[in-house]
Design a protein around this ligand. Structure first.
Ligand code: NAP
Length: 310
């Protein structure tokens, strides 16, 4: 029987995904009809972006699963009209893109590149940075993206400590968890990378109290989600020198309003939520595999635990 797959995302994404999804579903051996509109009661799966027009899932009476195109699910996980399994995006291309972005920004701060790139002023600055092994880095969040970034930074020689909700073991990375682990990872970190999801338990995880645990002058890099940081506390810590620099890719309000103090702050780098994108070719294969699984009564991959919010 033909499987009806609704693509529910912003209109401009259709041209990016139609080809890859068609190829991947064909390759997976699924007999499918893929469209941007169906009568809701005919839909079996929704390939979903949380900023699409579909916000009420109630009319989708034969829906088997929602397959999110994004890694972050904070805008769909709390939706009480959604009663079928929700899978999030785990995509090799997304992971590699994030690791490249994180590595680049870590190296910028580690090597003190700004002094040479921005300070072309005739001054012969011969500041030698420490080797990576002497630069402690903390990664908050050791999921798909955090683990990939932690492993890459370890391979560059950095001394990496990571923090997650549950206990982990990753080669070369000191893995911590729980409240004590959070204090321990922050108290030694000269660079902190946030790769946590936005959930009730992670909101404002960097606040006045936790920022005070850092060594003076530490750098914050946030490609996770804006609400992970108490913005007033971060601005105060930047102004006092407790935090030396913040590189921020994500914000509570996006696009970041033009009058937001982050834009003009001399110790802040703003990037416009570009740390990593879902890559259509690799993501389509993940979605097709989940639809194949659904049709074969096999367990879905990458399911969201709605009680935890990620
Ligand atoms: P993931 O695989 O679900 O990993 C989440 C990690 O956070 C896990 O290690 C989890 O711990 C940890 N965590 C969750 N709640 C926690 C808590 N209360 N205390 C301590 N640790 C907690 O997610 P991912 O694929 O790595 O993605 C992470 C986030 O990156 C996404 O949610 C999204 O917000 C963001 N993102 C941003 C961009 C961008 O372009 N800026 C792109 C993609 C994703 P456990 O391992 O113990 O479960």
């Amino acid at each position: 029987m033909t499987v009806n797959v609704l693509f529910a995302a912003k209109a401009e994404r259709w041209s990016v995904y139609e080809g890859p999804l068609t190829r991947a579903l064909t390759k997976a051996g699924v007999d499918f009809d893929l469209r941007t509109d169906f009568a809701p009661e005919q839909v079996d799966y929704i390939v979903y972006a949380p900023n699409s027009d579909v916000q009420d899932f109630t009319p989708y009476t034969r829906l088997k699963a929602v397959l999110n195109l994004w890694a972050g699910v904070e805008d769909v996980a709390p939706n009480t009209t959604l009663t079928v399994p929700l899978a999030r995006m785990v995509d090799h291309g997304l992971s590699r893109g994030m690791t490249e972005w994180v590595t680049g920004h870590v190296l910028r701060h580690h090597l003190g590149m700004d002094a040479h790139i921005l300070g072309q002023d005739g001054v012969w600055r011969k500041d030698i940075p420490p080797l990576a092994r002497d630069r402690p880095i903390s990664i908050l969040g050791l999921g798909t993206l955090g683990q990939d970034a932690a492993t890459a930074l370890t391979m560059l020689g950095f001394s990496v400590t990571g923090w997650s909700r549950s206990e982990k073991s990753i080669d070369g990375v000191t893995c911590l968890y729980g409240d004590v682990g959070l204090r321990q990872t922050l108290s030694g970190a000269e660079i902190v990378v946030l790769l946590l999801p936005d959930t009730p338990a992670t909101r404002d995880i960097l606040n006045a109290e936790t920022l005070a645990l850092l060594p003076r002058g530490a750098v914050i890099i946030n490609p996770g989600r804006g609400p992970l940081i108490d913005d007033d506390a971060l601005l105060a810590a930047l102004d006092s020198g407790q935090v030396g620099h913040a590189t921020l890719d994500v914000f509570r309000t996006e696009p970041l309003p033009a009058n937001d103090p982050y834009w003009a702050h001399p110790k802040v780098t703003v990037t416009p939520h570009i740390a990593s994108e879902t890559r259509s070719e690799t993501a389509a294969e993940v979605i097709a595999e989940n639809i194949r699984r659904g049709e074969s009564q096999e367990p879905f991959l990458h399911l969201v635990d709605r009680s935890l919010g990620y």
